[in-house]
Design a protein around this ligand. Structure first.
Ligand code: MTE
Length: 316
C-alpha cells in the first residue's frame, strides 16, 4: 500500500501528522512496548533478545535528519518529493551490536520488520533490508521517539531503524529481528526492488545514500504574488552537506542563493534569494550541489531540478 504525498510544509521540523506514511505490506502490525522484543542472531558470539526496557537502559541519542522516500519502486522514473525533517530519539545500533559481538566473518546486517503481506506479485513477505556492517554500525539508530514523542503506530512503534544519510526505505519500521551474515539477503526489497544504476555507472546498486536535491516552497507553486522584490526560498538536502544552491527565474542565469550551513545533524538546509518578479507568469527553478560535487540533473531523474510556476500581479 503506497499512499499519496502530502504537501511538504515550510517548517524546519515537520510535525508528525504531516510526515508521509509508506507501508508496503498493509496495515501496521499491532505491537506494544510490553510485548515487543528484538532478536540479534546469525554470525554473533552472543545471540540475544532485548525487550523495550533493556533498550531504554542503553545510551540514548537524539538528532534531526531528513526523512525522504525514494519513490514508488515499481515506477522508478517517476520523481518523488515526499520529504520531511524529523527529530529522532533512540539507541545507536553499535551499542546493541557490541552486546552481541559480531563474528569476524559478519559483513552485512539484515534488518527485518514485523509486518507481513503481499507486494509486487509475491506473497507472505516480510519487510527486509540490509546494510554493510561498517555502515550500519556507524550510522543506524534504533529509534523509539519522533519529534519528542513515542513513535506512532504507522511510523514503526515501538522501535524502528533509522539510517540518517539514506533513503527512508532503509529505515525498517516495527524492527524485531537483526541478523548478521556473510552475504546480502536475496529478497524483493533488497535485490529485486529498490536497486538502481547511478548516472555514469553500469553496476546495479541498492538504493541507499540520498541524492542531492532541493525544493522551492515559497512562493507557492501555481499561486500568485505581488509583483516586485520577492523571497524565493526552500530547502536543500543530500546524504552529505549541500554546499550551494542556485535559482533561475524564467530564462535568466542561475543565481547563487543564500544557504544555511548544515550544522552537526543531517537535516535539511534553508536557502533564499531575493529577486524582482515583473508582472506576469514566471517559471522558477532551483538546483543544489553537495560536498561530493554532485549536482541536481536538469531532467530525467528522481532528483531532477524542481520547478514552480507563479504569476506576479501588479495589484497583488
Ligand atoms: N519498514 C517496514 N517494516 N515496512 C515498510 O513498508 N517502508 C519503508 C520504510 N520502512 C517500510 C518500512 C519505506 S519505503 C519508507 S520511505 C519508510 O519506511 C517510510 O517511513 P514512514 O512511513 O515512517 O514515513
Amino acid at each position: 500500500m503506497i499512499r499519496t504525498d502530502p504537501e511538504t510544509p515550510d517548517v524546519y521540523l515537520t510535525p508528525v501528522e504531516d510526515v508521509f506514511v509508506r507501508n508496503h505490506l498493509g496495515p501496521h502490525p499491532r505491537l506494544d512496548t510490553d510485548t515487543w522484543s528484538l532478536s540479534v542472531e546469525g554470525l554473533v558470539e552472543r545471540p540475544l533478545r532485548l525487550d523495550f526496557r533493556a533498550l531504554e537502559g542503553l545510551s540514548q541519542t537524539r538528532f534531526t535528519a531528513v526523512h525522504e522516500c525514494f519513490g514508488n519502486p515499481l515506477h522508478p522514473t517517476v520523481p518523488t518529493r515526499a520529504v520531511t525533517n524529523v527529530e529522532w530519539t533512540g539507541v545507536p545500533l553499535a551499542e546493541v551490536l557490541e552486546l552481541a559481538g559480531p563474528r569476524p566473518e559478519a559483513r552485512h546486517v539484515w534488518l527485518e520488520g514485523a509486518d507481513r503481506g503481499d507486494f509486487a506479485g509475491e506473497s507472505g513477505l516480510s519487510f527486509l533490508k540490509d546494510l554493510p556492517l561498517a555502515e550500519a554500525r556507524a550510522e543506524v539508530v534504533l529509534a523509539h521517539g519522533m519529534n519528542g514523542e513515542p513513535l506512532r503506530p504507522d511510523h514503526g512503534y515501538p522501535v524502528r531503524a533509522v539510517a540518517p544519510r539514506m533513503f527512508g526505505t532503509n529505515s525498517v519500521k516495527w524492527l524485531t529481528r537483526i541478523v548478521l551474515a556473510a552475504e546480502r539477503p536475496e529478497h524483493v526489497f533488497t535485490t529485486r526492488l529498490y536497486t538502481r544504476v547511478l548516472p555514469g555507472e553500469s553496476v546495479v546498486r541498492p538504493v541507499r545514500e540520498k541524492d542531492v536535491c532541493s525544493k522551492l516552497l515559497a512562493p507557492k507553486d501555481g499561486g500568485t504574488v505581488p509583483a516586485g522584490v520577492r523571497e524565493l526560498a526552500g530547502y536543500a538536502w543530500s546524504s552529505g552537506e549541500v554546499t550551494a544552491v542556485e535559482v533561475a527565474v524564467d530564462d535568466g542565469d542561475w543565481l547563487p542563493a543564500e544557504l544555511e550551513r548544515r550544522g552537526p545533524h543531517p537535516s535539511w538546509q534553508r536557502f533564499r534569494l531575493r529577486h524582482h518578479l515583473a508582472p506576469g507568469p514566471h517559471r522558477i527553478r532551483c538546483r543544489a550541489v553537495d560536498a561530493a560535487g554532485r549536482v541536481q540533473p536538469l531532467t530525467g531523474d528522481r532528483n531532477a531540478v524542481h520547478e514552480i510556476r507563479v504569476t506576479a500581479l501588479v495589484n497583488g
